[in-house]
Design a protein around this ligand. Structure first.
Ligand SMILES: [Zn+2]
Length: 237
């Protein structure tokens, strides 16, 4: 049975109860979880489960979420009810970072018409690659200004669930490659930074762009033809 992903509808949920559905190699699978498993460029959460440290979270076969547990304490058994608590400092930093990257995508599309080709994030630091060739003159300063203006504008960030055919009829979602999502997925989760950027996305985000703070572009580099990398940090506003 697939694990119910509580963070998809409520990214601010920090504690929850769940039932252990499977146990293996010192880790457990749950019927539902607020822990984000590594994926979509966003690293996994940490925290505690049944009083034990959660050291890694990943999605396994059948969309079951596995929680690797640290320490030597006794593991919860299958069918046991457990309490989970997400390390909020790490998660909220990742939410701020993830939302900052979507703002960056929206700004770069609106200003330069370039699409993203890849990316990765850590707590309050990230890199993202775009189809520039070459980067425009004065790019780092300009993009930092534009992104910080959008963050300060306190744009709402809304999460919704659309039937697949509706999502495929949305130009903004097509631009961000919603058509590449497997056909077996009938309901598409959409993260909408209202008026700026709309993407099919499974990550956790803050509610408003001003909750991100500001960004600093730390470096730009070429990763080959038509592929330029931007490294950034997220700092308090
Ligand atoms: Zn995303």
């Amino acid at each position: 049975m697939a694990t119910e992903l509580l963070y998809l509808r409520d990214a601010y949920l920090r504690t929850f109860t769940a039932r252990v559905t499977d146990a293996r190699d010192g880790g457990v699978a749950l019927d539902r979880t607020a822990f984000y498993p590594t994926g979509g460029g966003q690293p996994h959460d940490t925290g505690t489960l049944a009083g034990l440290r959660v050291v890694e979270v990943r999605k396994g076969e059948g969309d079951v979420v596995w929680h690797a547990l640290g320490g030597d304490g006794p593991r919860p058994a299958v069918d046991e009810e457990v309490e989970g608590s997400v390390d909020w400092s790490r998660r909220h930093a990742l939410m701020r970072t993830h939302s900052a990257l979507h703002v960056l995508c929206g700004v770069i599309w609106n200003e330069w018409g370039k699409a993203v080709t890849g990316g990765n994030m850590e707590e309050l630091a990230a890199r993202m690659d775009f189809e520039f060739d070459p980067l425009p003159e004065g790019f780092a300063t300009r993009v930092e200004q534009l992104v910080n203006a959008e963050l300060a504008a306190a744009r709402p960030i809304e999460v919704s669930f659309l039937p697949r055919d509706e999502a495929l009829a949305d130009d903004a979602l097509i631009r961000t490659k919603v058509n590449l999502i497997p056909e077996s997925v009938t309901e598409i989760r959409v993260v909408d930074i209202v008026g700026l950027d709309k993407q099919a996305d499974g990550g956790t985000h803050v509610r408003s762009t001003d909750e991100v703070g500001r960004i600093k572009v730390v470096k730009t580099e070429s990763k080959g033809k038509g592929n330029k990398r931007i490294r950034l940090e997220v700092v308090d506003g």
